[in-house]
Design a protein around this ligand. Sequence first.
Ligand code: ARG
Length: 613
Amino acid sequence: MFPFVGRYRWALPDDHFFDYVLIRTLHETKCFAKMKSGFEECEMTIEQRLSAWMAAAFARAGVTEAAHGSIGVRRSQNEAFGDYQCEAALKVARALGQPPRVLAAAVQAQGTPPGCEPLAVAGPGFLNLRLSTAGLEEALEAQAADERLGTPPAGAGRTVVLDYSSPNVAKPMHIGHIRSTVIGNALDRLFRFLGYRVIADNHVGDWGTQFGLLILGYRQFLEPAALQADPIAELERLYRLSYERSRAEPEWLAAARAELVKLQAGDADNLALWRQFVAWSRAEFQRVYERLDVHFDLERGESYYNDKLPGVLERLAAAGVLEASEGAQIVRLEAEQLGVCIVRKSDGGYNYATTDLATVLNRIDEFNPTEIVYVTDERQQLHFNQIFAVARRLGVATTLRHVWFGLMRLPEGTFSTREGNVIKLERLLDEAESRALALVQAGSPELPAETQAAIARAVGLGAVKYADLSQNPQSLVTFTWEKALALEGNSAPYLQYAHARIRAVQDKYRERFPHEDPARFPLCVREPAERRLALRLLQFPDALLAAAAQTRPNLIADALYDLAQTYSSFYQTLPFLKAPAGIRESRLRLCDLTARVLKQGLNLLGIAAPDRI
Ligand code: ARG
């Protein structure tokens, strides 16, 4: 029978805990995860495996996670301290009144983790782990043989609704919508790769109070030629004119309200106009999505929930949380320090909050998701905190998360801006492509013009996306062309070039040794530079899990940049084509694996990695 070794818990993106059981036989360690259907065997990353082993070793030394919280290992920052480090002995010993080194020695006495060299106790009581050569090579072979590059299906059996992009009809996308689109799409790709069922829903703002003013403005001020040339710009102009007039003339405002009421009551003329506005806007948004290679499963928009709004109030009333206040209907959230949430205005109209509540309830009914994730700029934090609090009062147990980001700063003159944050994304992408084209023409003048243009598209788009995705979403960043298009440094072009250069190395090998099949040779990881590269490759899946758990695509970018730099010193330090047969093929396979990881990682960020640049 399998002896039970231990169990380990680690956080998954939705803050639920999965339980894992390690079973060790004479020859292997297997991992079983607790699923709805019972325990099923699953893959683990190296970090998870070592963490599981460590928790079990502590348990045998008398210290359990149940009593002391999670016990695991972390990648060490300094290779002098091994590849991974565990500091649990330091943390726990104090609680036990034991010297940390004594506890660490007791853990050390439990044996050697699979694939590692014997544990070392260091400093005040750290446990240092170093993978053995055989352990590294074995793990790397498994990664190379795996299409998913060793990434566990952490999301299997889970559904996430991802609400992102969500621009407003009859208004241009602003920088916040663009960031939401780029960040949301990276999360979309990442969650799918991790095995989640993802429902990407573009919650377009197509049912706001702007339509009363817009309909009135359209009837009064329309310039047909301007509409023909650029419908969105014209709608925006009409809206602004109408809005200004409403501020000066109460009668105008009243007339706009009347148009809105007519629209909401289903007036045929107003509905026809509204449909037209929506169609023009959607066509414009669609152009942007095509260009960004972003695709949604649903584009429901706020109007979809219109007839579900009275039902929200009924449920709130049934739950006993609805209150009348100054003619409006509210939910008090003072206990959570979230003020009050208005769900029906004193004029009888519903609002943004009511729609979002209807949306939550509808998504739960229809998709039964494990979690719902919203991606917007920081200004909507209070709104979502209120929605989540009200939803919990209605008994919603689904994890609800708001992923917010700061607004990116656009230095004056970087690209055309209209009114502060409003930028023409298409013009920005045009400029990115033409700047990238200049780089490609300078770097690869021999390529046909068509190929150059295709590469410039990938590099230009990649540069813009990566400039956004490589930053912590919540920190304030300033976009500059110099940084976005830098050939050295943390940029998309740097990673795309690194990838293409590896492909070129592989081509050179094939020219020199056309009859050799490198797959016949084992991966061997003996030199320090090979070892470092191997570790970076094996740590890629952990970076993906961390990026998903923290909803921070920049953790993927960091891992790729680190990998590309490690590869570059590997390539510069060690002979390659001139290395002895066998070693040469092993190095070629390391190159190939590096290229695959770079390509996969860039793909998760929505960035292409062409084989030639
Ligand atoms: N349309 C909104 C805006 O532009 C964003 C919508 C975000 N999603 C949501 N379910 N509220 O501000």
